[in-house]
Design a protein around this ligand. Sequence first.
Ligand code: PLP
Length: 379
Amino acid sequence: MKFNTKTIHGGQKHDPAYGSVMPPIYQTSTYAQSTPGGHKGYEYSRTHNPTRNALENAFASIENGNYGLAFASGLAAIDAVLKLLKPGDEVVSTNDLYGGTYRLFTRIYEDFGINFHFIGMKNAERIEEYINKKTKLIWVETPTNPMMNVIDIKAASTIAKKHNVLLAVDNTFATPYLQRPLDLGADIVMHSATKYLGGHSDLVMGALIVKNKALADKLYFIQNASGAICGPQDAFLALRGIKTLHIRMQRHCENGRAVAEYLNNHSKIENVYWSGFENHPNHHIAKSQMDDFGGMVSFTTKGNNYEEAIKILENLKIFTLAESLGGVESLAGHPASMTHASIPKEEREKIGVVDSLIRLSVGIEDEEDLIADLKQAIE
Ligand code: PLP
């Protein structure tokens, strides 16, 4: 099956009870047994739920994995991966990553004795310098949030394999429509399914996808033992969202390109971050590992003017000033005070998250309306 067909049919069966084409929302915590242990494969909904299982099969299918797991949020999914580790273990992580991931690593897992090396991975070879006998995990986010850096997944996976270390890739920004990390050698793909997979800003959810059975078994154990699962109603919504992922992403990419090019030619804008530009530092890697460049675009105002940036955000009419990304509607955010406020200012500025940085999640509205909105807000 090719990708577009997979988004609709991948891992799906018609419901055995009445043949419903969409899986019913099995809104139940438990399942009747005829005798102790005499059940139909389902005992308790923290462990298994048919609606969630249908979604987990769809996750596995679209990422070219064998096993999918759905969680209560993206961070719950990352938390499950970190639970594979033990005190004293080390992680090499992208330094430019979602603020909440950084907060989970530094404010929760450092206290449990896990040590993190946050490094720039524009040159993925650098990862090897930080690997030692205690290293158990390489955490890669690409393209990064919010600076749109691109990290070479194949190069990271060569290093991971050489040192027998797990490679996990946060594929939230690209989605499998653009980039399939398991095919490039990653062991674990993670998503904030809140974003493009759900696609309609109506749920919070996380996903993990793996190929290896032993790794999947460990993660299923953690999912059930820790219990951060998603409910059946949200599973249904995410499954419905995935069915249009390919056509939404196509439009996100077209509009993302138009917005990036418009901003790049605007005299009041200083820097535009989008991996489709030929002068983007890792454009050649983006071109080789992604099928297009996505709908996320960040930019700064001329002279890093904070007041100008705030005025733009306040004046936007079609772009909504809000946290999050990846929905059908266009959103604008101010990373320094919103999504990345949990990263100390000094650390933030080192990676480029300056006070005038604006991050756009370009939606699937008409391109002309989006450009006109940016024009009136900037001018
Ligand atoms: N990873 C990335 C790249 C994100 O942008 C986010 C949230 O914005 C997360 C992970 C966390 O996901 P969630 O908000 O669903 O917990």
